[in-house]
Every structure is written in C-alpha cells, then in structure tokens.
Design a protein around this ligand. Structure first.
Ligand SMILES: Cc1cc2nc3c(=O)[nH]c(=O)nc-3n(C[C@H](O)[C@H](O)[C@H](O)COP(=O)(O)OP(=O)(O)OC[C@H]3O[C@@H](n4cnc5c(N)ncnc54)[C@H](O)[C@@H]3O)c2cc1C
Length: 390
C-alpha cells in the first residue's frame, strides 16, 4: 500500500516526487536498505546519480549554479528518499542543507562563490559540529575555542555526535571565540576541513540513523585562515544570529521531513502486512483493535503532512516561520514515535526481525525527538516565541 500526497502542490514538485519514487523503487530494494543499515554505510554511486538529476541544487540560488531555493521541493525530496531509510536522505541533507542552505544564508560572497557551485553539483558534503560531550540543547555554552592569532584562527576542543565527520569535506562548526563575553556574543561558525592537521575523528556506536557512524571529533591546534569564519572575519562573534536564523528554521524542516518519510514507510508497511496476515480466520486488519491502530497512525501522519508543508511553504516564501518549523519538528517527532510503536505492535514478532523495514524505522523514529533539537527544546523555543515564560 502506498500513501500518496494529499496536498495541492506545484507540478514540478509532483514530477520530482514521481522521479524519486521510480528511482528508489528501482535502486533501493529492501535487501540493499538492510545492507546499508547493517554496514553503517550509504551508496556513493546512487548519491552521484541523484546529484546529476540536480537534486543538490534545490537549496542553492541560481546565480551560484543551483536551481533557486526551492524549499518545498527540497522537503518533498527528503520525504521521498526517507521512505527507504536514511541512506539516501542523509547524504542529500549533508550536501543541500548542512552545506547549501547554510552557506547560502550565512556565507560570505567569497565562500558562496567558492563553495555553492560545488555543493549544487553534489561535489561537497558537510557535517554539523554543534553538540559537544558536555553540550546538547544549551548550544550557546559550547566550549570548543577559537583563538585569533594574526590572520589565523586556532581551534581546540571536541565535538560529539558529529554525523558525517568521517566522510564530509568540511565540518560546519559552532565555536566560542570570545570566552569573556556574554555567551550569545561569543559564538562563531567556522568551516573546518575534515582532513585539516589536528582533526581526529572516532566513530560512536549508536542504533539509529545508521547510514554512517556519528563521530567524536577532536581539534588540537587546528590552524585555519580567518577566512574560515562563516560570513568572513567580520562575522566573528556573530554566530548566535546564524544559529537562531533562517538556516536553523529550515534545518528543523529537514529533520521533520525525514521523520515524516520514516513514519510514512512504517504505516505503509504495517497497513499492507495487516491485510495479508491472517489470524482467527481473517486478516488482522479486520480485527477492530488492529484497524484502529492503523487508522490512528494514518490520521496522525496526515496531520504531520499539513504542519510540515505549511511550515515549508512559509520558509519557501521567506516569511517568518520559526514557530511553524518548531511546531512541525516537535509534532512530527512525537507522532513519529507513536506511529512507530503502533505499527510495531500491528506487525507482531516480525517487527522485531530485520525481514521488514519496520525494525529500522522504529529505531530511527524513536531517535527523532532527540536529534536536531529535542522536543523539550522545541517547547522551550515555542514558549519563548509565544512569550509564555516568566
Ligand atoms: C544519531 C545521532 C546523530 C546526531 N547528529 C548530530 C550532528 O550531526 N551534529 C550535532 O551537532 N549533533 C548531532 N546529534 C546530537 C543531537 O542533536 C543532540 O543529541 C540533541 O541536540 C540533544 O542533546 P543531548 O542529547 O545532549 O541532550 P541534553 O541537552 O543533555 O538533554 C537531555 C534531556 O534533557 C532535556 N532538557 C535539557 N535541557 C532542558 C531544558 N532547558 N528544558 C527542558 N528539558 C531540557 C532534553 O529535552 C533531553 O530530554 C546527533 C545525535 C544522534 C543520537
């Protein structure tokens, strides 16, 4: 059973969906999805094919070689790719969102000229270096230190959960560059080549999002030109604005779109399974308790679709969307967990074997309220945005 998009959308977005649906049906069958998950790996050749279709240019302006910033299409692309797990959606995000979106929004003219054409062609991958061993939600407290030394910046510290640091070209890294200043006036983003002298990367074992290993990264006297500061040297200590700006709003959409794709796949698989599995003389879908689980899951899914694409449309039109993107991330992640657990129950013992995708989707969906800003951090954001605090 396949759940189709129910919302009105522009023809080119529907055409892109169809193209990606054919692509994954042909090139990402279940045995390959399982193998990528087991090996913590993703298919470089298929990503190159997606890039050749122009996918990576979806977040890059035309003057820099992209297709214009088409946020709705980019979100739809993640949704379609995530239906087969994170192995294709992940690298697309590392290129188009961690790279294309951030450099478009925050890069200097020189950084845009140097990086965006390559990102639009899918030739560069970025990793996100925000979290640290002692820093999760409270990002303004990062301890990784950047010290200006003449026309260079010298970086020392550690990042944790830096997904893709093992394959990325650059780490888009949040650091403290003014330890004596108030926290929000002390932050900068720097672009650290993942192979720079002084960078060491160690994989972390984890159960979710296994298209790669998330990594611990250490920076020991990593010396870079000051031009490595995102936005150029004049943007030193201006990182908080970048963290709270449009790029982060779109980042929340990227996590929500992935969640939505995983959840949709879970419902589709459980729905089909329930039609085929016969117990007590009839398909289990004909048992009311099973049917209700599936109907509830599909209804939640539909609510998520509306929230996600409403927020994506606002972001696409450059309208304020901090509230809508936070709500979409929060609601999709929370529904994703409920959907995962309901579908797992419907599929019984088989949901616990790797014969079906549900086993991977449950693992991935359970992590989505944590990654990319936890549900409680979204609630805090929303409370602040709605002025509910204190
Ligand atoms: C597979 C995986 C991949 C990841 N990839 C990346 C990546 O590429 N780059 C990156 O930078 N990070 C990455 N992360 C890290 C992820 O973004 C963080 O886990 C997330 O931001 C939450 O941080 P934390 O786990 O340290 O939780 P903490 O911040 O320590 O919070 C723990 C719990 O306390 C709650 N809490 C904390 N503060 C408050 C508060 N003020 N009010 C209410 N509740 C609060 C949280 O909601 C949470 O439930 C990844 C994580 C995983 C598991």
């Amino acid at each position: 059973m396949r759940i189709e998009n129910t919302l009105p959308e522009e023809e080119h977005v529907t055409a892109l969906r169809r193209q990606l649906q054919r692509f994954v049906a042909e090139k990402a069958p279940r045995e390959k999805r399982r193998a990528w998950d087991q090996a913590h790996d993703w298919p470089r050749d298929l990503f190159a094919e997606l890039a050749a279709m122009g996918l990576c240019g979806l977040t890059v302006p035309e003057e820099h070689g992209g297709g214009g910033q088409d946020i709705v299409a980019a979100v739809a692309a993640i949704e379609e790719l995530a239906r087969v797990g994170p192995a294709l959606a992940g690298p697309f995000i590392h290129c188009a969102f961690y790279g294309g979106m951030n450099i478009t929004e925050n890069g200097s003219d020189a950084q845009k000229r140097a990086l965006l054409p390559k990102l639009a062609r899918g030739e560069l991958l970025f990793a996100y270096g925000l979290s640290e061993p002692d820093v999760g939600g409270d990002l303004a407290s990062v301890k990784t230190r950047g010290r200006v030394d003449g026309d260079a910046i010298v970086i020392n510290g550690a990042k944790r959960w830096c997904t893709g640091a093992d394959f990325a070209d650059y780490i888009y890294c949040l650091i403290n560059t003014a330890p004596d200043a108030p926290k929000r006036e002390a932050l900068s983003f720097v672009l650290i080549p993942a192979n720079a002298p002084g960078v060491t990367t160690t994989p972390i074992t984890h159960v979710n999002l296994r298209y790669t290993a998330s990594c611990d990264v250490h920076f020991d006297d990593v010396r870079l030109p000051l031009d490595a500061v995102i936005g150029g040297p004049e943007k030193l200590n201006k990182g908080w604005g970048m963290l709270a700006g449009r790029a982060l709003d779109v980042e929340k959409l990227e996590v929500a779109a992935c969640t939505f794709g995983f959840a949709q796949a879970a419902v589709e698989e459980a729905w089909s399974y329930a039609q085929e599995r016969v117990q007590f003389g009839k398909a289990i879908a004909a048992h009311q308790a099973v049917a209700h689980k599936l109907v509830n899951a599909r209804t939640k899914l539909e609510a998520c679709r509306h929230m996600l694409y409403h927020a994506a449309r606002l972001a696409h039109e450059h309208r304020p969307c901090a509230i809508e993107t936070s709500m979409a991330k929060l609601y999709t992640a929370e529904c994703g967990v409920e959907i995962a657990l309901a579908c797992q129950q419907v599929m019984g013992a088989y949901a616990l074997s790797d014969a079906y995708d549900i086993e991977r989707n449950v693992r991935d969906l359970l992590g989505m309220p944590i990654v990319g800003g936890s549900s409680d951090m979204q609630r805090n954001n929303l409370a602040g945005l709605w002025r509910l605090r204190g």
